[in-house]
Design a binder for this molecule. Structure first.
Ligand SMILES: Cc1ncc(COP(=O)(O)O)c(C=O)c1O
Length: 365
């Protein structure tokens, strides 16, 4: 907190202190550092704090849901540290027995969990047991499910994890930036790894926005929002499961899901993304477990209900959006369907804009 090599930031120090306190309260951590510019940078600081160049790290495979900063060779993480990867089992879910076997053989100094596109919960307690067995630190990158953790719809990372990184701009509905949470004994290591280790100054305005976000997410409306998000995801799940095999792992218990469009519909992720963008729906291409296509083409798409829920969309609208997605993916060249879909979606935007009253404390589900 603070430690700025310049004057005039006294007020911001106090604001930053509130952000750190709120982050610790909401995630059950001993210590928070809200200064990293992004999660990539937060991850970099954690690696720099806990590891020496060349140290061994075990993380989730990119194609199975892991992130660039979890050891890809083209990223700083894979360049400076010795990463090995665990994947998901045949069912697309984490196979903890296999992870344990790998950890025992590889003997990493750090195990990284958390993902970019894993639609299921993570068992931090099981991973902690594995980490303890091999004497490794356990870090969770919770960029995606952070909001679900706050609302108790995802397992609590502490006390199992030693370090957690996250951002507020996904399921926390706040600004972009990185947060590192850790146990008391790592406080100084983490703070030093952020500054002066990986960055110089901190945009004070973003710290203010983070504080505002964390104040918001500590209020009762936020849990109601996450409840609604989970209900909306079940609606998507029901619609997409009309095409067996389309959903990786058969569904989702988080805010995101992965559609294997290539194996079920013969559409690459890139093409599926383009089809949907044409009618006004933004998704993103996504590699799927065992993918044979390059990441920029990919075999699937990733989508979620975070922002449509924040707009106030209820199951009726989500059901309609899901059906529109399915109809367009199964009729990729039908211009009439595209035109009709676009009109329906436009109508939906207009109707909901009038009811966009999200932070109303009286909102009921
Ligand atoms: C799991 C995970 N970690 C890290 C990042 C990187 O975050 P940033 O863009 O803030 O560097 C992302 C980005 O989406 C992510 O999904």
């Amino acid at each position: 907190m603070g430690h700025r090599p310049y004057a005039g930031a006294e007020g911001f120090n106090r604001i930053e202190e509130i952000a750190c306190r709120l982050a610790c309260q909401q995630f059950g951590a001993d210590h928070a550092n809200v200064q990293p510019h992004s999660v990539s940078q937060a991850n970099q600081a954690v690696y720099q704090g806990l590891l020496l160049n060349g140290d061994k790290v075990l993380a989730m495979k990119f194609s199975d849901g892991g992130h660039l900063t979890h050891g890809l060779k083209i990223n700083f993480s894979g360049r400076f540290f010795n990463f090995n990867f665990y994947g998901t089992g045949k069912d697309g879910r984490l196979d903890y027995k296999a992870i344990e076997k790998q950890a025992v053989e590889f003997k990493p100094k750090l195990i990284v969990c958390g993902a970019s596109s894993y639609p299921r919960k993570i068992d931090f307690k099981k991973l902690k047991k594995i980490a303890a067995k091999v004497g490794a630190y356990l870090m969770a990158d919770l960029s995606h499910p952070a909001g679900l953790v706050v609302a108790n719809k995802f397992p609590q990372p502490f006390p199992s994890c030693d370090v957690v990184t996250l951002t507020l701009d996904k399921t926390m509905l706040g600004p972009h930036g990185g947060i590192i949470l850790c146990k008391k004994e790592l406080e100084q290591i983490i703070d030093k790894a952020v500054h002066p280790g990986t960055q110089s100054s901190v945009p004070l305005r973003r710290i203010f926005e983070m504080t505002q976000c964390l104040l918001d997410t500590s209020k009762p409306w936020f849990s109601k929002y996450i409840d609604r998000l989970m209900i909306n995801m079940k609606v998507f799940e029901e619609v997409f499961n009309k095409l067996p095999g389309l959903l990786v792992t058969g569904g989702s218990d988080t805010h995101l899901m992965v559609l294997n469009t290539y194996s079920v519909l013969g559409l690459t992720g890139k093409y599926s993304e383009e089809i949907l963008e044409k009618i006004g729906i933004l998704t993103n291409r996504q590699v799927v477990p065992g993918d044979t296509l390059k990441p920029y083409v990919a075999s699937g798409i990733r989508l979620g209900a975070t922002w449509i829920t924040a707009r106030g969309y209820r199951p009726e609208e989500v059901n309609l959006i899901g059906k529109i997605i399915l109809k367009n993916l199964t009729n990729p060249n039908d211009e009439k369907i595209q035109k009709e879909s676009k009109a329906k979606l436009k109508n939906l935007l207009w109707v909901k804009r009038k009811n966009d009253v999200w932070k109303d404390e009286n909102i009921t589900i």
